[in-house]
Design a protein around this ligand. Structure first.
Ligand code: F6P
Length: 543
């Protein structure tokens, strides 16, 4: 296994980059509308299917030539060997000297995968079996709290990757979850988060999952300690083992916290936090949807992994999603992507994707530390449709910035009621059309619009849109959707030559906060800039 496959050279030095630059310049004045109107076969040709999902990128500002050259860029940047290196367990997280093996979390049990002399596939399935056993005991009521009552509420305490994935998945799969159990997700160190989550709960029927890869994260440990105080205050110290379990890679810290190692579910340093929702970090998901449901979620992840690993470039869906992001970012100068799921169940999906995309690819130096002289990770944000239509879509349609849009359509509702699902889908398709095709002055005038209003009603269009469609939002589809974006992020990182799996940029803020905390709590002056000293003084005067 080797990391030699990973380039630290600049992508600007490839012939494909230069060819794409020339193509982009040659396309000035070519609109998405003109591309769509010129070719009836375009939607069929520019739609790919994999793992039960389809990606229609016919509303992107690309030609066949651009697509071919993007695939050539992937070839010249070594996406295929880098993918092989990742899947084999090479230490492609070079700055932390770690393997990147979230795909091993969903491998078939019978397929071994030896990494650093250890069959990690067997380890994964051991933990999955233990999780399954525990989850079923909670679901059936066999697992009892300290007073002998069954668990009614599960509170996951974690942050970042130890919160966003589980919180997103719980909401996404509510239709498949055990309705006799309630779930809360506490992440913020703001004491309000925990206080509001537990204020109406009965400690005797509450189970806390402390989810933290490192088991040192300030927010999570602070909230976990507060939760333990709340429990012990009511039920005494012996109750902790009945009401606390942990998910972590740090067994000694779990034990020091007072959680029985038998109630700890482990994972490994080769699972990045933002890639961990299908590891033991997904324990709350498993309790909600059962071990069979969780197995279906993993099936969906695996189906997309297998497609990504084996489909030829022309048919490879995650490869195209990643390459289209590069095209929009580097050649069309588009800075942000709005993620617009037309599914209330996917309401936290944009927030989940923000960590996946922005913590992974928000980097300014390549693997070897040399600065990039091109744009890297774009900004991802979003809200479910149709709600966003009544707030920020105005800017999407007529603002001065072009925002790329990923519209996600779920065909079948889990709660069908009359025409409501058709209304939802009609809105999604209408927005995809208006954003990309628009409406010019002649069309607006032809509607009888008064001349003075015509410029106000012109819709420029030309906003690139991906339309992702899934039949039903079941566990397998959610797994496939998440894996699609994971691999898209990977493709972008390889093209840019950056390490998508570290996150050094979040460290300094944590350290400075500790210094300020020492000043606020203990009066030890913090070594900070003049503006921060002034802010501290103002805070201290007001508190
Ligand atoms: O601060 C960023 C981060 O390290 C994320 O990458 C991670 O998902 C999150 O904090 C939580 O970390 P942990 O699971 O170790 O508590």
């Amino acid at each position: 296994m080797t990391t030699a496959a990973l380039s630290s050279d600049s992508p600007l030095d490839t012939s494909a980059w230069a060819a794409l630059r020339a193509l982009a310049e040659g396309m000035e004045g070519t609109t998405i509308r003109s591309l769509v109107e010129a070719d009836d076969s375009r939607p069929g040709r520019l739609t790919l299917d994999a793992a039960g999902l389809s990606l229609d990128f016919s509303r992107q500002r690309v030609t066949d030539e651009v697509l071919a050259q993007l695939r050539e860029l992937a070839e010249q940047r070594g996406v295929a060997p880098a993918r092989a290196a990742m899947l084999e367990g090479a230490h492609i997280n070079t700055t932390e000297d770690r393997a990147v093996l979230h795909t091993a979390l969903r491998r078939r049990g019978e397929l071994s995968l030896i990494v650093d002399g250890q069959d990690i596939s067997a380890d994964v399935h051991d933990v999955l079996d233990r999780m399954g056993h525990f989850a079923e005991r909670v679901r059936s009521g066999e697992w009892k709290g300290a007073t002998g009552q069954r668990i009614r509420t599960v509170v996951n305490i974690g942050i970042g990757g130890s919160d966003l994935g589980p919180a997103m998945a719980y909401l996404a799969l509510r239709a498949f979850s055990d309705r006799d159990l309630a779930f809360h997700f506490v992440s913020n160190v703001d004491p309000t988060d925990l206080a509001e989550a537990i204020r109406d709960l009965d400690p005797a029927t509450t189970l806390f999952i402390v989810a933290s890869k490192t088991f040192t994260t300030l927010e999570t440990m602070t909230n976990a300690e507060a939760a333990r105080r709340w429990l012990v205050n009511d039920l005494g110290p012996d109750s902790v083992s009945h009401h606390f379990v942990a998910v972590s890679t740090n067994a000694s810290a779990v034990s020091a916290f007072g959680i029985d190692p038998a109630h700890m579910f482990g994972f490994w340093d080769w699972v990045g936090g933002r890639y961990s929702m299908d590891s033991a970090i997904g324990l709350s998901t498993m309790i909600a949807i059962g071990s069979d449901g969780f197995a279906q979620l993993l099936d969906g992840f695996r189906a997309m992994d297998e497609h990504f690993a084996s489909a030829p470039a022309e048919a490879n869906l995650p490869l195209h999603l990643g390459l289209l992001s590069v095209w929009n970012r580097n050649f069309l100068d588009i800075e942000t992507t709005a993620v617009l799921p037309y599914s209330q169940y996917l309401s936290r999906f944009p927030a989940y994707l923000q960590q996946l995309t922005m913590e992974s690819n928000g980097k300014s130096v390549r693997r070897d530390g040399t600065p990039v002289d091109y744009e890297t990770g774009g900004i991802f944000w979003g809200e479910p449709g149709t709600n966003g239509q009544h707030s920020f879509y105005q800017l999407l349609h007529q603002g001065t910035d072009t925002v790329a849009c990923d519209i996600i359509v779920v065909v079948q509702s889990e709660n069908p009621d009359g025409d409501q699902q058709a209304m939802l889908v009609a809105n999604a398709l209408a927005q995809a059309s208006v954003l990309s095709i628009g409406r010019d002055a002649a069309q607006v005038a032809a509607d009888g619009t008064p001349a003075a209003l015509v410029p106000h009603k012109v819709m420029p269009g030309d906003r690139p849109v991906n339309l992702i469609m899934l039949e039903r939002l079941d566990p397998a589809a959610l797994g496939a959707l998440v894996a699609l974006y994971e691999h898209s992020v990977f493709v972008q990182g390889v093209i840019w030559g950056i390490d998508s799996f570290d996150q050094w940029g979040v460290e300094l803020g944590k350290k400075v906060a500790m210094g300020i905390l020492s000043q606020l709590v203990e009066g030890i002056p913090a070594d900070v800039d003049a503006s921060t000293r002034a802010s501290i003084a103002r805070y201290e005067a007001l508190r």
